[in-house]
Write a protein that binds this ligand. Structure first.
Ligand code: HEC
Length: 151
């Protein structure tokens, strides 16, 4: 093999190596993006206040029915968003929106977790207690009523 041919081969090898490297790097980036999209970026830190009696009932009902998606203390999880989040302040999602969500479920719109299935097995009493619980958590974490503005 003369020098010219050798140079050609090594150029081709370098090009192949570069191609493989960029494919691998691209794959890693996509993986990081997807995993942060699913859970990490949605999780918030929640300070749990002393809860009222109804708040405590709500805490138990939430742990049983909602936490598997919305996370412990409504801080968000792999299957659903944090409810201790400004989006869910009482001015944007009033108590009625919570009741509707349980009755009808929620099509994916604010996040990318998929749809929320209806939660009709949750009785009226527990639903009210869960709403009180989430409002107490929100208030303790600085999430207060903000009038809803249409964009
Ligand atoms: C199987 C997973 C799952 C379970 C169980 C679940 N949720 Fe959800 N929930 C979601 C997802 C996902 C969304 C976000 C939909 C969006 O906006 O993209 C959501 C959104 C909501 C919303 C916002 C509604 C709106 O109008 O935007 C409320 C309120 C809510 N959930 C309350 C609850 C309560 C209370 C429970 C328990 C009784 C519960 N969820 C159980 C997945 C779940």
């Amino acid at each position: 093999m003369n020098n010219k041919a050798a140079a050609k081969v090594s150029f081709r090898e370098k090009r192949t190596a570069l191609l493989v490297l960029s494919v691998v790097a691209g794959g890693v980036l996509v993986f990081i993006y997807q995993s942060s999209d699913r859970a990490g970026s949605a999780l918030v830190e929640v300070k749990v206040p002393g809860l009222s009696a109804i708040g405590q009932q709500g805490e138990a009902a939430f742990a049983k029915n909602c936490a598997q998606c919305h996370g412990e203390n409504a801080a968000g999880g792999t299957g659903g968003p944090p409810l201790v989040h400004n989006i869910y302040n009482p001015g944007h999602h009033a108590d009625g929106a919570f009741r509707l969500a349980l009755q009808r479920g929620v099509p994916q719109h604010h996040w990318r977790f998929g749809n929320m299935p209806p939660q009709r097995h949750v009785g009226k009493d527990d639903a009210n207690a869960i709403i009180a619980y989430v409002r107490e958590l929100q208030a303790a974490n600085g999430i207060v009523y903000q009038p809803h503005r249409m964009r």
